[in-house]
Design a protein around this ligand. Structure first.
Ligand code: HEM
Length: 315
């Protein structure tokens, strides 16, 4: 009977094992190809879905403003649901202080995320339009997956910009098992991406607090994944691709916090003209190899110069 209900749900969802075709055309040979990093070969969406379904934790890394990345995430949730997985969906875009709104929304039994944005005050959150994120939340809600806040409490951020994680209450530092101080190895591991991510415009005084925020945020995502998995069938994360790097970020925090379970980290990466070798993209992550289980290459999103927007921002 349960299987019949699933089959009916998937039929209603219009589910197939293929993701929807991309709306933007691209002549780049890597576009819409999926690279399995350890095996150094391309796989089909079907094989990707089968591999992901075996992991307790599936981490999906996006460029927040790329619509194709959101389509792929919604497809991944639906594809996992077809394997009868019912994990929790943890979102970097939902902060701990929004958890009450989330709880209130799901107090009613629901099979749709319609209206969730109002409960989360999404429009005031600074994240890209709800319309981009709605499909992935819609897919999770349709299959009855619990949805959980992943990010740090936003009300703590202004003080953290000054004092790093010293600004967090001691119970929160304990919950995330944050050490007394960030050691040099972690600083060196995390700082380059933060310096490059802000186009070199970040003043020196902000670097250490930002690195601590990044570390604490990854720890919060890992904690939310563990909590989500504890009362569901594993957990799926949607986050910026920096947070799903295997060698640092949320996967490293899962290990540090002693949370068991296989991790599958899928990053969505935008193709670059003339860069046709998947392994060449490792350099973008300042890493000898791509720091993910798999990479799904997509066309870039149309956007202005993000560096220009950051100039003078941190004065
Ligand atoms: C072009 C890409 C990026 C832009 C436009 C950008 C922009 C910003 C801005 C405007 C803030 C300050 C927020 C505020 O004052 O309220 C900020 C904070 C921060 N960013 Fe970025 N950022 C980018 C990439 C990155 C990357 C790649 C990382 C990590 C590797 C990162 C990590 C952080 C952290 C940890 C903070 C401080 C905590 C917070 O306020 O959330 N950013 N970013």
């Amino acid at each position: 009977m349960r299987r019949l209900v699933w089959a009916a749900l998937l039929f209603l969802a219009g589910c197939t094992s293929s993701p929807p075709p991309p709306s933007a055309a691209s002549s780049h040979p890597l576009t819409e190809r999926i690279w399995l990093v350890a095996e150094q070969r391309f796989v089909t969406p079907d094989e990707l879905a089968r591999r992901m379904a075996k992991a307790r934790f599936v981490l999906l890394g996006e460029a927040h403003d790329n619509p194709r990345h959101h389509e792929i995430e919604a497809w991944a949730v639906t594809a996992l649901a077809t394997t009868n997985r019912r994990p929790a969906l943890v979102a970097e875009m939902i902060a701990a202080d929004q958890a009450p709104g989330l709880e209130l929304f799901f107090k009613e039994p629901r099979r749709s995320a319609d209206g969730l944005d109002l409960f989360l005050k999404w429009n005031e959150s600074g994240w890209p339009a709800w319309s981009l994120y709605q499909p992935v939340f819609e897919a999770a809600a349709r299959f009855g997956w619990p949805i959980r806040a992943g990010n740090l409490d936003r009300t703590r951020l202004p003080a953290m910009h000054r004092d790093g994680w010293a600004a967090l209450p001691s119970e929160e530092r304990q919950r995330l098992a944050l050490p007394e101080a960030l050691d040099d190895a972690d600083m060196q591991r995390l700082a380059p991406a933060i310096i490059a991510g802000h186009c070199g415009h970040l003043p020196e005084r902000l670097l250490s607090p930002f690195v601590e925020i990044q570390y604490a945020r990854d720890a919060a995502l890992a904690r939310a994944l563990a909590d989500g998995a504890a009362d569901a069938d594993g957990a799926v994360l949607i986050a910026g691709s920096e947070h799903v790097r295997l060698t640092s970020a949320a996967p490293a925090q899962l290990t540090r916090l002693g949370i068991p379970g296989a991790v599958f980290s899928l990053a969505m990466a935008e193709v670059k003209p003339g860069q046709d070798d998947p392994q060449a993209y490792a350099a973008d992550f300042d890493s000898p190899t791509l720091p993910f289980t798999a990479v799904w290459f997509t066309a870039g999103a149309p956007r202005g110069d993000p560096c220009a927007a950051l100039k003078g921002k941190f004065k």
